[in-house]
Design a protein around this ligand. Structure first.
Ligand SMILES: [Zn+2]
Ligand SMILES: [Zn+2]
Length: 180
């Protein structure tokens, strides 16, 4: 009986130590998030992985190629980013293009961008990497890239492409559905 409880306690200590040793670079892993721990979850078709990012094929693709590139640590959305994250987003852009290169997607058939809350389906920052065309008009409508008018980087849209996002962060502007 004594042995049993000691082992249980030991098991508990080891488990909690494991937990605190998870890589928490800036932001924590969220237990309830289905994009945290993608690299160890079964069923994800992973196309790229390094220390900071993981990319996997979307299970319900909107276009010929549709991949999600995410950070391993939990970041809620584009609205959690600041000027300090410009390099992070530029790395995502570079890795994204490398993946699309490997799939032979020509430059004019690429779309790389993020949904803006509350239009993000998963609350964990994910860059959509798409090789066009879209499978339907309805799918195309989910990812509109709208250029800004005078004084704005982006027009009215629930989607921001990666270069618009970099420019907004560099200008210290917040990312919104309304023109910004
Ligand atoms: Zn997450
Ligand atoms: Zn999205």
């Amino acid at each position: 009986m004594f042995m049993f409880t000691s082992l249980q306690r030991l098991h508990h200590v080891v488990r909690s130590r494991d937990h605190t040793q998870k890589p928490t670079k800036g932001t924590k892993i969220k237990e309830s998030c289905r994009f945290c721990d993608v690299s160890v979850s079964p069923g994800f078709d992973i196309v790229h992985e390094d220390d900071i990012f993981v990319a996997f094929r979307d299970r319900n693709p909107s276009s010929v190629h549709h991949i999600q590139l995410i950070t391993k640590t939990h970041i809620d959305s584009v609205q959690s980013l600041s000027t300090a994250d410009v390099d992070l987003v530029k790395s995502m852009e570079r890795i994204g293009h490398n993946i699309l290169d490997s799939l032979d997607v020509p430059p004019h058939q690429r779309k790389l961008g993020f949904h803006i809350p509350p239009f993000n389906s998963v609350q964990h920052l994910h860059l959509h990497l798409q090789g066009l065309p879209y499978k339907s008009l309805v799918r195309r409508m989910k990812y509109p890239v709208v250029q800004g008018g005078k004084g704005s980087v982006k027009g009215f849209s629930w989607f921001v492409n990666v270069s618009q996002l970099i420019e907004l962060l560099e200008r210290r502007r917040c990312v919104r559905v309304m023109p910004c």
